[in-house]
Design a protein around this ligand. Sequence first.
Ligand code: HEC
Length: 141
Amino acid sequence: MKLTAKIASVLSILGLSVALSASVGATTADEKIIERIKPASNVCVEGDDSCGGAVVAAATGGARSGEEVYTTTCAACHAIGVAGAPKFGTSDWTERNAKGIDALLKTAISGINAMPPRGTCMACSDDELKGAIQHMMDSAQ
Ligand code: HEC
């Protein structure tokens, strides 16, 4: 009786350790599968904390460049001069440049005539708008 009990306890210890190592093995396999099937990259919407701050910074590289903001938002009107928008790469910007970037930023934020507030880029920081304006000012011919 005593011996059987000993064997049983040895077995249960073995069984436990086998179960433990099996579950460790499974975890590793699961992790490998998750690693293999996860998307190559994540799309993080600015302000969405679920991505983690570090991921957002890595994905976007921080603030967008003036060129990026111009291309994705401002170009819709400023590339061809919709509704009298000063046209990119023309003397339109030579005239506007005379106002100075601070005055231009101010009207870009508030909007002016057919120019909507923030050029419709509500997610743009003031600095990003300023970069986009600078990009257009630099295009003056
Ligand atoms: C829906 C069309 C539209 C979009 C989009 C747009 N603009 Fe404009 N923008 C205009 C128009 C029209 C004017 C001319 C307004 C006027 O002087 O009557 C203008 C003028 C400006 C001016 C000159 C303001 C001044 O004081 O003379 C700046 C600076 C400017 N836009 C910046 C931007 C920036 C930066 C973006 C992108 C973030 C942008 N715009 C997007 C239509 C647009």
